[in-house]
Design a protein. Sequence first.
Length: 474
Amino acid sequence: MKNTAYDVPLFRGLCEFSAMNPISFHVPGHKNGTVFPDFAKATFGPLLSIDFTELTGLDDLHAPTEIIKEAQTRAATFFHADETFFLVGGTTVGNLATILAMCRPGEKLIVQRNSHKSIANGLELAGATPIFLNPMFDSQTDRYIAPSIEGLAKALQAHPDAKGVVLTYPDYYGKTYALKELIDCAHAYQIPVLVDEAHGVHFALGDPFPPSALQLGADVVVQSAHKMAPAMTMASWLHIKSDFVTRDQIQYYLSMLQSSSPSYPLLASLDIARAFLASLTKQDLTRILQSAQQLKEDFAESTHWFVEETSDPLKITLTMKQGHSGYEVAALFEQEGIYPELASHKHILFIHGLGELMRLDEVKLALKRIGQRLKISSNHATIDISGLFQKSYAQLAYTYNEMRMLPTKRMRLEQSIDYIAAEAIIPYPPGIPLVLKGERITNRHAKLVEALIKKGATFQNQYIQTGILVFEEK
Ligand SMILES: Cc1ncc(COP(=O)(O)O)c(C=O)c1O
């Protein structure tokens, strides 16, 4: 990394305050780390020393004018946004606040169907009327990728009163698509586009990464700084660059949804993560990309899987051959002390960070051992997930307001066919609902869930094994 002092006004401000060794008669109760159990002090101590509250000179996230404002302005400049907000509730809170700001109860939003659950939750909280754009199935990767431009054009023609469009770019696996065409299509109707770019914060680094959503004209972009940049978990950015969206409404909902005591270590980690990205040189990037390429080549030596081509060179997806399931193979990696990001029935995703991988030799040895063990098992039934969506866009069976009033019951999944789901069915990760609350459950859904559970998938529905919540009337 470039050996220059990092330009981090928020982090520096916290360190300078801590260096004054202030006497704390305020919250938090750990009193700058002095009131804390000994057994955990060594681990938590350094962070607690900057875990302050809104003291004089330390600014306030909800009305920033000092060091938080300076740090946010630095981030906006780096990402080429008009304005950047620091988030301490992840991309989740950015999605929720933007959706609440985009529409009033009953108003329509056009939304990519294969979105993260935070988007579905935002729609419900807002009482929006979602028009879901169904994604196209990509038989090469055996996954649903993005909605088509034709699908969006049709949905806009049929619903010209829609207040905005909500898309996700890239997907979890680093796959991108012609986002600009979709954004231009929405802008022709003078409506804003929110892009959930949770997995694409590093696209701001430029070539060889794909263009970022902001570059492609998105109005609001939410990014998990903790996913691909080195910020702490829950730290995210929300950027605005728009003629169609006003910052005031978004700030209003962020103030409502975010804690009144946001964590300063989290906020400082956003300042540091931005400075880290800004400091990466061409040479740094070359080394990082060589390391990712080497890892890819090592993975590619196996006969048990293909290494997928993706637009993002830091995402390495293995597609299983010979009927192995992604879950089963991921478990073998974990037994070797190697933890991938996620597994599905068919894939395993490895995320190479923005640093060189120093333990490549250990990975190589583990790959050899996994290869030997895998030869023994084979020939599991494959799961066909294609053809789930018949139309290019669709609506829910009830409005969210109606759903609030309707009685529900819990039923075994195989008996719930043709009922309307009163809760989403969400395989996790990746957290994209297979059935949305308000969608009709089909025989295909039930069979898929059963097959996925058999393969080892986990669901965020606590009671999925015993039943699913549905509305009483079919
Ligand atoms: C596409 C997408 N959007 C949003 C989120 C939520 O992000 P966060 O964990 O930062 O709240 C995730 C989490 O995995 C995600 O995959």
